[in-house]
Design a protein around this ligand. Sequence first.
Ligand SMILES: C[S@@+](CC[C@H](N)C(=O)[O-])C[C@H]1O[C@@H](n2cnc3c(N)ncnc32)[C@H](O)[C@@H]1O
Length: 220
Amino acid sequence: MTDMQPEFLRSTRTSYDAIAPAYAEAFPDWSADSAPLDRSLVAAFAELAREHAPAPVADLGSGPGSVTAHLHALGVPVFGVDLSPRMVALARRAYPDLRFHVGSMTSLDLPDETLGGIIALYSIIHVPTEHLAATFAEFHRVLAPGGHVLLAFQSGDGDDHMRLIERFGQEISLDYHWRTPETVAEALTGAGLLLHARVLREPAGEERRPRAFVLARKRP
Ligand SMILES: C[S@@+](CC[C@H](N)C(=O)[O-])C[C@H]1O[C@@H](n2cnc3c(N)ncnc32)[C@H](O)[C@@H]1O
């Protein structure tokens, strides 16, 4: 990571580095903590991704690694990528048999058309809307023909934005962008991807916002 990075990447990385251990403790197991519908959408993605094996899936914004581990358990060849070196260290420690790399979804250190799929759960929320088109163009570049991308994010009306300056008792500066499935779907199709499905799930338990899932794929 160089100093040429945009400010939003630097502040996101520093913020997640600060909260990584507390975050990993608060969200130890994505699969156990998820609603059945969320798990079934990830299972559907896994089935689509397995068709491209041995081409791997990249879990972008893999955090503490439990989504990556869940996909691995579903028989998907998968590795994680995260902006925060501390998150990557925690993921490697928790899942020593899996691969995790430091990197940004906005500029992937991967050759063209090599991924069987991309999954990014609750990580595009930290990419400003003006950077979405370039990020999805990057997804399109690295996906193999026919490869799918599954995105999950908390949904918000229009283009809501929030900056958190404290979390888990740590001082941070972390921006969240809440978008509608339509806004995200439009950015995906604008990058040349074909829309496959959009799901909006009502908030459950202590969730405050609807959960959106968008599935798209690269033209075969
Ligand atoms: C809310 S956590 C979600 C973690 C995991 N996907 C999950 O659902 O449990 C967001 C993660 O995305 C990572 N992240 C944010 N922006 C990123 C970027 N541009 N590239 C890669 N990772 C990013 C953060 O470091 C953090 O680990």
